[in-house]
Structures are given as C-alpha cells and as structure tokens.
Write a new protein. Sequence first.
Lengths: 377, 266
Amino acid sequence: MEQLRRHNLHLVLRAIYSGAAESRAELAVVTGLTKPTVSTLIGELLAEGFISERGPGRSSESGGKRPTLLRFEPRARQVIGVSVVGNRALGVLSDLAGETSALHVRELAPGEDPLADDAAAVGDVVAGLLPQLDAPLLGIGVGLPGSGASPRPAASLGRRFRVSVYLGNQAELSALGQLAYADGVEQGGTLVNLIVDGGIEMGVCMAGGAVHYGSDLADLVAPAEGVARQLRELLAWGAVRGRVEAVLDAASAEPGRANVGSQVGDAEPAVPSYLRLRQAAGHGNVAATALIDELARNLSVVLAWLVATVRPSQVSLGGRLSDLGESFLDRLKEHAGTQVPAEQLERVALSLAYSEQLGAMGAVALVVQAELELLES
Amino acid sequence: MRASLGLYTNDVAGVFQRSVISGAVEVVERVGLSVSVVELTARVESAAAAGRLTSGTVGSLVLTNVLGDEALSALVASDHPVTLVSHRAPGLGVPTVMHDNRQGMRQLVEHLVASGRDQFVYVGGRSDQLDGRERERFFREELMRNSLDVPAEHFLVGDFEPAVAAASLTDLIRRERGFDAVVAADYLMAIAAMDALRAAGVAVPDEVSVVGFGDGPEAVAAGLTVASADVVELGRRGARQLLAQVHGERLRGYTVIRAGLIVRDS
C-alpha cells in the first residue's frame, strides 16, 4: 500500500516537473488517478515543499472556477553527487533541477584507494559540502571508477551522514548526467559515454535515463601495429603521458617554436597535457599530429565495436582525452569508418564532454531518480 | 562575553575585502558569535606570532595570504579552526573557500568566441595570489581549447590594481591596436580598461569587447559583462565552513563557489 502511494506521489510530482500538467484537474487526466487522490497527494507535496501554488490559471471555455496552478520547487531539497576524477574526489551540491551552488574537491593521497570500505575521500567531500547546504539533503550519489564496486562504502557513508547513498560506475553516471542535465543530448536514443583518462571506461544510458550501466574497458585487447595490446597500454594517460611530454619537449626546442603552450609570463610551469599537444599540432608539429592520429586509431577500435553492438545514437568522449577537441573526433570517425559500414557510423553523433563534473552530476541524477523518479522511463 | 572569531586581511578598505568581510560578519553574528577584524600590514610567519594573533578566538578566517605556512601549520596542529578565503596552502590541510576560476574563465572566453572575437588581450592579477595565478592559467587553457594564439605582448600587468591595468593597456594602445577583446582578471581592472580604451577613442564594444571576473555595483553601472562571482556570498560561505569546524567538523579539501556569466553591454 505504502509502495503504491509512493509511486502515485512520484507520478504526480513527475507530471508537474516535466510540465505535463499544472493543475489538479490536468493531473487527474494525465495520471489517471481520481481527483480526490490527486488532491491528497498534492497536499503531501505542498507540505513537503516539493511544489507550490503559483496563483489562478484561466478558466475553461465552459467557464467555471479558475484552477490553481502548481509549480515544481527545485530548491526544496539538495543533493550531493561525488565522483572520483583522476587523483581527486570531486563533489557538487545541486538542487533537484541540476543547478549547482558549490563544489568541493579533495586530493587523493598517494596510494589512497577511493574504493576503500570507509570511502574516506568521498566522505571528506560530503563533509566539505554539508556546511553549504541551503535545503534538506535528499541523498548522496557516488560515481566510482571500475565495475562491481563493493557496497561497503555506501553503507559506511550512509551510517556517517544518515541519508540514502547510491553508488554507480563513474562513466555510467557521466552518461546519466549528460542525459539529465546537459544541452544537445537526444533524449530518446542510446547515449554512450567513453571516459579516457587514467583508465578507459564506458557508460551507457538509454530509455530516457531509466536504464544505465557501465563497464571498465581497460583490459580489452585491441590490435596496434599488428600486435594485440590492452587498451590501458594504448590509451591510459599513465601510458601515454611520457610520449606527450617527449613530443612537447621536442616542439619547444624547435627554432621559432619556443614555449609551445607556455607563453612568456606564464604564471605556472607548463605540464604535459592533451591541450598543449593539440596546440602543437595546430602549429604544424608533425610528431604531435602523428601521436594524435595514433590515439584516434587506437580508440576507433572501441568506437567501431560500440557502433556494431550497442548501436548508440550518440557517443560522447569524456576524460582527459576529450581535450584533443573536435578534430580528434573527425579522425576517430575516419578510422572507425574503415572497420564498420559507413551507414551505421553516420547514424552516430560524436560529441565532447570535457566537464570534469559530469560524473558528479550523474550521481546527482541517480539520487533524484532513485528517490523521486523524476526522469522519464 | 560572546565568543569571537578572528578575520585577518591585508586591507580592510579594499573593495574585495570589504565585501567578503560583510558576508562573513552577517553569518557569524546570526549564530551569536562576534567577529574581530584585524588588518595585517606584514605577513605573520612564525608559529609564536600566529598563537598571539589568534589568542582568545575560537577560529580564524584568513582573507588573502597574510599568514605564512609555518603560522598556518601551527594553528592546524593546535586544532585551531582555520578557513582560508580565496587562497590555498597546498599540503597543509587547511580548508579553503574560493570562486570557480576555471568555470568563470571558460564562460568569458566562450562568450567572446561566440561573439566572433579572436584577438585577445589579457590583463592579469597578482601572481602571488592564487586567484591571479589560476585565472591566467585557466585563460591560457581556454585559448588552447579554442585554438587561439595570444602573443606574449598581449599579456599585460594589472596586479588587481585598476590604475596599473589602465596604464598597461594605454601603453599597449600607443604601440598597436591589433586586438578585439580584453579579458581582465577582475572587474575593477576591466572597468579601468574600458575607460582607457574610450579615452584613446576605441569604441567599446563595437571595436573591442571587454569582460572581467567578478561582479559588483561598479560593474553593473559600467554595463560590464562579467563572470559573476558574488564576493559577499564568498564571505558567507567561508564563514559557514569555519563555523562547521568550530562545531567540531574536521574538513579537508577546498570548496569552490560557482560563477555565472552575466552579459551586459561591454
């Protein structure tokens, strides 16, 4: 009985959130619930602050009493979403519509495992955001690298902060974050998010966010120059960093090409990055261009496999590799075109998702979906 | 007697500092504590001096880097709650509240690029302040992301001082006018840049767009497009973080307050 009441409550809330209905009468039509049931549920939602009355609407063509219009109140609750990006745990404090007011960052200590049972780094991020709460906390979502994460960190965090905690794979949550809150994402299709950074991970999101899953691809084997090698050896930043550094060092030493990416007056020492590699290639550096092409060729194996099996409508590239920009996507598509039929590839939109907050935003969406079922299913 | 928090800064009369202080005082007084604002003309370096400075207070809000690493380490070791505002002390484990310099710079550069601007001048802040270093670093990252090259002579000294910014830009205008956008590390320098451009007969924004980081009544009056970083709110958020520590929370890491693009007439 309680489960049914909760389901109906969320049905009504989602109808108001999505704009499908804005009065009690419309809600009865849209949800199929009786008017007395709708009125009872509206009373609960008003008392909880999830909705408010925003005044009278127009009366119907046959005249009669003007309906009281209702609106969703995204600031009724806040949600903390945390993800582990590279060597840091990053959290966002968001309202129910994905509007963030603060971030908190905690660097991981050398050798610190973000998946440890006590999830200390994630706990520090949550503790850092709690003083900034402006509304009651609905829940905590956490995106972690790898798949098959132990449920112990969620239990530990739940005991410490006394709210529901939800865990997911960070690539999976990045895809969910894009679907829920980013512009330019097709809602009806299948979105795949590839995160290529310290590891290689894939998140898939379909059915408007109701179905999502994630996988670690680092152990997959791909052919590279005739030799089968794991993707981590070909694409993970730890394996590529030295080569990027060597290319940039050589580029800096070229006459007339001093300080590629680190102009005079640079306030901080330049570190190797894909942004600098892309800039060097833009300046005509042959080695930089060749390395970017090699990375595109290596990743194209994954794209071709995805296109043939998952058949996504959109593939977004996230993580550090996305700093290589739109021209990298063009090369990626070109290489994948040699492995799958062109008509299959043409159906896939490629995009960049370089915000490091997407995983945390996906963790927010995970909580909102689990607690309030606001996303369409 | 009410328990007191110490608030330490280099200049109580500065526009930025005044705003942060007002936000912090508002939050702290609401919970029944008082704030003792202290202007430090020289950096406090030693542990002993830090102990004397903070004696009798239950926590410290440190605005700008007026406490050296040894002083901060000693306060942390003695479990004295400390929050840094707009600067960080890497490795010391002191929690910090600051604005989102990366997001702000990204919004400013993307706005200019979308407006068709591609010849940039940057007016920098002070390199001994985290905001000054970060804003320049993130500006450079956004240049690379947008495949834009900015010559070294277009990186101007501003030092977070409007007069310095105006002088640097006036000097550049005398030499050349090969730019169509000015990005300043804070809004007061951006307003000074607008004035310098107009004084030289350059139309803003028809010939040159000007944008700046941060926001205040002066920016509104000048019609300046900004990455809005509410400085009073920064003070409020810093005070909240410090109060959490005073109430026994052990905090690690840094909190970043969002900045939003406000497009006006510049």
